[in-house]
Design a protein around this ligand. Structure first.
Ligand code: SAH
Length: 293
């Protein structure tokens, strides 16, 4: 259902055999967390904003239940989560950004254009606004920018125009109707390698979940909570995300006030075999740093 990416590479960079507390900020279905526990982490704190993911992780990590604490939170609340648990510094932090295949494919979440269902798209359905609600109010030029930046859709203006025109007839509340509108806006002809709605759906998902908001400050918080020798690993799936990871780690490693040393001069990417077996791995980029001082 969801195959964790770059597992061996994450293990090599995070060195769970050092023991101590590891925080998986995007515990998801527990794939990486399991590796950390098997690899020697003494305790694992697993955070996820999606209660459905936490339910699956609870089962997946049952065998280590005594060493695992799962928390429903946003990783941008990392400092507060650790404070609440009485944890000051940790051995390692992992964030495997974005959505899981489980979320993309699960019924009724509204991430996929392959099914007609309510247009929700929230990773955390206990708070915030749905994609349908946000599309009701958004300004046309802002929407075009979102679709262009987060979706790299060249026909973003036509798509935004199509959405704004369609919502005057009736609110856009389903994935099926949205996909139709987008396909018309993109005016794709002939055979397409990917569905023409893919890019816009990705853009809206990133927007609805504020996926790039606060990423820089989260990375700073994570680095500041590492003990000396503690390690941080970040996996991104979008060029904008990777750029933030790269620049933030570089800033934290710069000058007199440096608190980390970057371990990955270039991002680590999946080998051929993994990329062939797991489509999600094809766009994955892993960066890591170690705490100094
Ligand atoms: N590494 C996991 C898969 C992670 S998929 C595994 O091996 O199973 C990404 C997960 O991050 C999803 O479950 C998603 O809900 C969660 N997520 C995304 N943004 C988040 C945020 N800001 N705070 C907490 N969790 C988040």
């Amino acid at each position: 259902m969801h195959v964790p990416v770059l597992v061996d590479e994450v293990r090599t960079l995070l060195q769970p055999e050092r023991g101590g507390v590891f925080v998986d900020c995007t515990v998801g279905l527990g794939g990486h967390a399991r590796m950390l526990l098997e690899g020697g982490a003494s305790r694992l704190v697993g955070i996820d904003r999606d209660p459905d993911a936490l339910a699956i992780a609870t089962r997946a990590l049952e065998a280590w239940a005594g060493r695992v604490t799962l928390v429903h939170a946003d990783y941008r609340e990392l400092a507060a989560v650790l404070d609440r648990l009485g944890v000051t510094t940790v051995s390692g932090v992992l964030a495997d950004l974005g959505v899981s295949s489980m979320q993309l494919e699960a019924e009724g979440r509204g991430f996929s254009f392959r099914r007609d269902e309510p247009l929700d798209m929230r990773m955390d359905r206990t708070r915030g606004e749905t994609a349908a609600e946000m599309l009701e109010r958004v300004d046309e030029s802002e929407l075009a920018d979102i679709i262009y930046r987060f979706g790299e859709e060249r026909r973003s203006r036509q798509v935004a125009y199509g959405i704004v025109t369609a919502r005057q007839q009736a609110p856009i509340t389903t994935t099926g109707r949205l996909a139709e509108i987008v396909r018309r806006g993109v005016r794709a002809r002939g055979w397409q390698r990917i569905d023409p709605a893919t890019r816009t759906f990705q853009a809206l998902r990133i927007w609805v979940n504020g996926e790039l908001d606060g990423l820089e400050s989260f990375i700073g918080t994570a680095a500041s909570r590492l003990e000396a020798g503690g390690r941080l690993a970040l996996i991104s799936f979008h060029s904008l995300e990777d750029r933030i990871a790269k620049h933030t780690l570089r800033d934290l490693a710069r000058g007199e006030a440096a608190i980390v040393k970057v371990l990955t001069k270039h991002p680590v990417i999946a080998g051929e075999a993994e990329a062939a077996a797991n489509p999600r791995a094809r766009s994955a980029k892993l960066r890591a740093a170690v705490r100094i001082g």
